[in-house]
Ligand binder design. Structure first.
Ligand SMILES: Cc1ncc(COP(=O)(O)O)c(C=O)c1O
Length: 372
């Protein structure tokens, strides 16, 4: 039976052995074999583990894909996907990506991979050559929340693999495989886990050959999540739809409040009519997401110190609201000049809007802004 997203996220087959409703955590590193090579589907937990398998199947189902693989972090997932490539291959990358992704790509230049950064917000900029083997999109991007047209880029990609880092949207808001992407990547540390208590990553595809290669890479490199971490992500996923609804409605209100505030010079949020990707985001996403970035035209440090509900911290996608200063925190790995070229200003702040009562978030922002 075809299930709607919300039901799919919650539904869990009871454990066949015990009837347990919550998925069991299987810590075993190894599994008994009846005779060499004859077993119940598991040999060694780096290669496959029942708790992780449950998570991988759930991730695939939520993305509308056929195969899911879970990793020890989002960076481990990204790194695994890049290992599909070899020296001389070119990757076209959205010019506004997570700083850690940029840092990894810099490192991979040492191994002969070539990265071309461009504004993928305009699909016409994506110029494929015979060396282009991959297109790497974040949409919305981190931290400027730029939107790229996944279907339009899929239509012109030719033989190149289209990979979408779907971390900021979560599969509840956006399903890139249905729009023509070949691979979806996640930091499950964020909305999928949802509670700032687990680091994890995921790769989903519907292509058998790609999956086989990625599974081989996963087993060979070994950056897999523990059974307990897999359980935590699975547990987070069960409330994903409800959490995303509140993240989005709170973020919309926070963005609208900030946009009219005299001490805020600019707000980046796809849900605002002033956002250049507003119309595209409306078509491509179910809602506009929980991330809001803005530029403050007064003393930033004082503002950050005065906040009482919203916490200054890296990361995003948890139930609690967090604020960060991309230039010195999440995007510090990008050289200053390059950051400036990409539009990440020194006075830019990024809020991961949580699921608290909006009244408290507004009051917190209002009070901190008042003192500047
Ligand atoms: C968009 C995006 N992709 C990937 C990552 C990396 O994920 P992780 O921190 O789980 O390694 C992050 C981390 O912030 C991110 O924001």
């Amino acid at each position: 039976m075809q299930l709607e997203f919300e039901t799919l996220a919650v539904h869990q087959q009871p454990d066949p052995g015990t009837g347990a409703i919550a998925p069991p955590i299987h810590p075993s590193t190894t599994f008994a074999q009846q005779e060499p090579g004859v077993h119940k589907g598991f040999e060694y937990s780096r290669t496959g583990n029942p708790t992780r398998r449950g998570l991988e199947e759930k991730l695939a189902a939520l993305e509308g894909g056929r195969f899911g693989l879970a990793f020890a972090s989002g960076m481990a997932a990204i790194s695994a996907v890049l290992r599909l490539l070899g020296p001389g291959d070119e990757v076209i990358v959205s010019d506004d990506v997570y700083g850690g992704t940029y840092r990894l790509f810099q490192m991979l230049e040492k191994y002969g991979l070539r990265f071309t950064y461009l504004d993928t917000g305009d699909a016409a900029n994506v110029a494929i050559t015979e060396r282009t083997k991959m297109i790497w999109l974040e949409t919305p991007t981190n931290p400027l929340l730029k939107i790229s047209d996944i279907a339009a880029i899929a239509a012109l990609k030719g033989e190149a693999l289209l990979v979408v880092d779907n971390t900021f949207s979560s599969p509840y808001l956006q399903r890139p495989l249905e729009l023509g992407a070949d691979i979806v990547v996640h930091s499950t540390t964020k909305y999928l886990g949802g509670h700032c208590d687990v680091i994890g990553g995921a790769v989903v595809t519907s292509d058998d050959r790609l999956h086989e290669k990625l599974k081989f890479i996963q087993n060979t490199i070994g950056a897999v999540p523990s059974p307990f971490d897999s359980f935590l992500v699975l547990r987070g996923i069960r409330t994903l739809a409800l959490r995303m609804e509140r993240h989005c409605s709170n973020a919309q209100r926070v963005a609208e409040f900030l946009e009219t505030h005299p001490k805020v010079s600019r707000v980046y949020y796809p849900g605002l009519a002033s956002h250049p990707g507003h119309e595209l985001a409306g078509r491509q996403m179910r809602d506009y997401g929980g991330m809001v970035s803005f530029e403050l035209n007064r003393n930033m440090v004082t503002f950050l110190k005065r906040l009482r509900v919203i916490t200054l911290a890296e990361s995003l996608g948890g139930v609690e609201s967090l604020i960060c200063h991309p230039a010195s925190m999440t995007h510090a790995a990008i050289p200053k000049e390059e950051r400036r070229n990409r539009g990440i200003k020194e006075n830019l702040l990024r809020i991961s809007v949580g699921i608290e009562n909006y009244v408290d978030l507004k009051r917190d922002l209002e009070d901190a802004l008042k003192t500047l």
